[in-house]
Write a protein that binds this ligand. Structure first.
Ligand code: BYC
Length: 308
């Protein structure tokens, strides 16, 4: 295979598998995107885990624990998918721990109260599904297949978040105000999850040609707004955007300007929780060293017994 044949092969909706020839830049793009995605799943456990011990009932606690465990599983599928491209999981993870690797901007915001858990499930997992369903059709086989299960689980996550918000909006005036406050704080960061506007997205054009990305950042953001505004109306919440309005001509909602300076600040490390998130990941890595050593020693012992 060469570059021209490769381009025709992916344009024909065929899947690339680990042992197939691929351009170096395709491999590099996939390692970048899949590893950032894996890191996001792992860091994404932190804001929600913050509320496991304070969930308002045993049932809510069990559901939240299951959701957070699902995110760990997503991270593992994704690190495995990245490893099929010839990189080591530990190297990718060390880049995260050293602050060299990116992860989604959204996880650098704090979870201040229980309504934030509803808002994350509804808005953050809702945005994640919008972005990730098309990735089930991405040209790289292991990534596409990993995304099928991830999306099924994300869909449960989104519903549980929406249900938390629904219950709160049907509760006392104070609970409804908490739900609205959470919506106000998470709406704009959720829109930033889709990445910079198409004109400022250096990776999009090539990733779309290679069928890694199937829709542009702005297309997915618009789909998310169009899907979510009616959901907010249904539960009586107001989208915190004075410029939001239905556009009869385009058949979409027009919405206000996103604060891209905030986005840039957060991905450069200046968000409200960046330092805390990396510190938590480093602590977990250091505290878990004995588990990794024990697992390695056990595997070595088992394989030496087997060869005896
Ligand atoms: N945050 O050229 P662009 C989840 C970076 S997990 C931080 O458009 P691309 C969930 C981008 O990496 C959510 N950085 O890039 C988990 C690039 O920098 P580099 C994560 C961002 O790759 C637990 C630069 O900006 N989802 O949902 O074509 C619980 C220029 O951007 C962000 C995924 O990772 C951001 N928001 O498009 C609940 C999905 N946006 O790498 C939920 C897979 C952009 O050149 N990833 N950047 O240094 C993707 O679909 C694409 O990578 C993106 C960005 C749409 C995110």
């Amino acid at each position: 295979m060469n570059s021209t044949l490769f381009d025709a092969y992916v344009a024909d909706e065929k899947k690339i598998e680990p042992k197939d020839w691929m351009p170096d830049a395709y491999r590099k793009t996939l390692v970048r995107q899949i590893s950032q995605h894996a890191h996001s799943e792992v860091v994404g456990m932190l804001p929600e885990a913050n509320w496991i011990s304070r969930a308002p009932s045993l049932k809510r606690k069990a559901i939240l624990m299951a959701k957070v465990q699902d995110e760990a599983g997503h991270g593992l599928y994704l690190y495995s998918a990245a490893e099929t491209l010839g990189v080591e999981r530990d190297d990718l993870y060390l880049d995260l721990l050293e602050g060299k690797a990116k992860y989604s901007s959204i996880f650098n915001y704090p979870t201040q109260n229980w309504a934030d858990i509803g808002a994350i499930g509804w808005l953050v997992d809702g945005a994640a599904i919008m972005n990730q369903v098309p990735l089930c059709k991405c040209s790289y086989g292991p990534y596409a297949r990993a995304m099928v299960r991830v999306c099924k689980e994300e869909s449960f996550h989104q519903r549980q978040g929406f249900q938390i918000m629904l219950v709160m909006t049907e509760g006392s005036a104070e609970q409804k105000a908490m739900a609205q406050d959470a919506m106000n704080r998470w709406w704009w960061p959720a829109l930033m999850m889709f990445g910079p506007p198409d004109g400022d997205s250096p990776n999009s054009a090539q990733s779309m040609k290679w069928n890694i990305k199937r829709f542009s950042n702005d297309e997915l953001r618009q789909k998310f707004v169009d899907m979510t505004v009616p959901q907010a109306e249904l539960i009586g919440l107001t989208v915190p955007d004075a410029d939001l309005k239905w556009n009869e001509q385009t058949g979409h909602y027009d919405f206000g300007e996103i604060d891209w300076s905030e986005f840039k600040r957060v991905i450069k490390g200046g968000g409200p929780c960046n330092v805390e998130r990396l510190a938590a990941c480093n602590k977990a890595w250091n505290d878990g060293a004995w588990v990794r050593q024990a697992a390695t020693a056990y595997a070595e012992k088992k394989s030496s017994n087997a060869t005896r």
